[in-house]
Write a protein that binds this ligand. Structure first.
Ligand code: MTE
Ligand code: MO
Length: 322
């Protein structure tokens, strides 16, 4: 079953990194580009529909810069953040989302919060933008594939939204769901994943102040390819937990099953905390390449947020609960 699913996944996701690199180098050579050229210049595709510049997008009203930001590292340029993406609803290659996500209409848009809550609510995105003061939060994002970025998100803590629905004592986990609209999300016409995309967090992870809902980056509304109009960002977990274009949030008693866990449970665990000591079966997680860099760097425990989040996992064997 797994093999069947995997045959649809592009080769760079299933070959190891050495092969991927040599394929890139082969492509560079084939294109007549010198090997000495850093991979970063090749990685960034030409995308006719992608915003060339953050200034092409509407600006957001930002109330403050969060003290929870990571400030010691260079930001990944807007052009890379908005052109090198994983968003399988728009295709499986890194440049597909920037090319295809313009078909998504992000208004009207609402998020429904239901399940184990005293006050189920549906909030319109315009009301969300009025209700919650927006902060700039600079976070590292690390994909399980071995690349990373540093992104100035605009958003607010998820706990502010969840508290409005008043979770009951039975709420132990939170499940998130992406929009299902194959007319506008061409990737949903393929069965490479079970749509709609879903992800889950434990309630304490969801309530942690570092966990945000993001509505923008670089001071502007989110480019569609980054999960417009609203997406999750959980900086100490692998990128796939940060689900995009959310329409449903459900508080539940039992641990929910995320789309990637459902696709390959031996590869993608429920927790998926960034952990250099626990390898993915096909890729070591010890090192990573920051987009734009040539050399790899060491991956940090909990992606560098150990001080804030390690206590959530006290006493847990993180090899078992990967
Ligand atoms: N709905 C949805 N959300 C998603 C994905 C996806 O395919 N569909 N990909 C995930 C993965 S694997 C990563 S690494 C991040 C990438 O976020 P970015 O493109 O904004 O950097 O989004 C995550 N959220
Ligand atoms: Mo990812």
């Amino acid at each position: 079953m797994l093999i069947k699913q995997l045959k649809d996944i592009p080769s760079h996701e299933i070959t190891d990194e050495r092969l991927y690199k040599s394929r890139r180098q082969f492509m560079q050579t084939a294109l007549g580009i010198g090997m000495s050229f850093a991979t970063s210049s090749l990685i960034l595709p030409n995308t006719a529909h992608a915003e060339k510049d953050a200034k092409d997008l509407p600006a957001l009203n930002i109330a403050s810069k969060s003290p929870l930001s990571t400030t010691e590292e260079d930001l990944t340029p807007f052009e890379s953040v908005s052109s090198y993406n994983n968003f399988y609803e728009f295709g499986m290659d890194k440049d597909d989302p920037a090319r295809n996500a313009h078909t998504l209409t992000t208004r009207p848009w609402s998020i429904n919060i239901s399940g184990e809550v005293a006050k189920p609510i549906t909030l319109d995105i315009e009301d969300i933008l009025k209700l919650f003061p927006l902060e700039e939060r600079i976070y590292r994002l690390r994909c399980v594939e071995g690349w990373s970025m540093v992104i100035p998100w605009i958003g607010f803590s998820l706990n502010a939204l969840l508290k409005r629905a008043e979770p009951t004592g039975n709420a132990k986990f939170v499940e998130f769901e992406t929009l299902l609209r194959p007319e506008e999300m061409q990737g949903q016409k393929s069965s490479v994943l079970a749509w709609p995309y879903k992800e889950g967090l434990r309630l304490d992870e969801a309530m942690h102040p570092l966990t945000i809902l993001s509505v923008g980056l670089y001071g502007r509304v989110l480019p569609n390819q980054n999960g417009a109009p609203i997406r999750l960002v959980v900086p100490w977990k692998y990128g796939f937990k940060s689900i995009k274009s959310i329409v449903k949030i459900r508080l539940v008693e039992k641990q929910p099953m995320g789309t990637w866990e459902q696709t390959a449970a031996n590869e993608y665990g429920f927790y998926s905390n960034v952990n250099p000591n626990v390898s993915h079966p096909r890729w070591s997680q010890a090192r990573e390449r920051r987009i734009g860099d040539f050399f790899k760097r060491d991956t940090l425990m909990f992606n560098g947020y150990a001080e804030q989040v390690a206590s959530l996992y006290t006493g847990m064997d993180l090899k078992q609960y990967f």
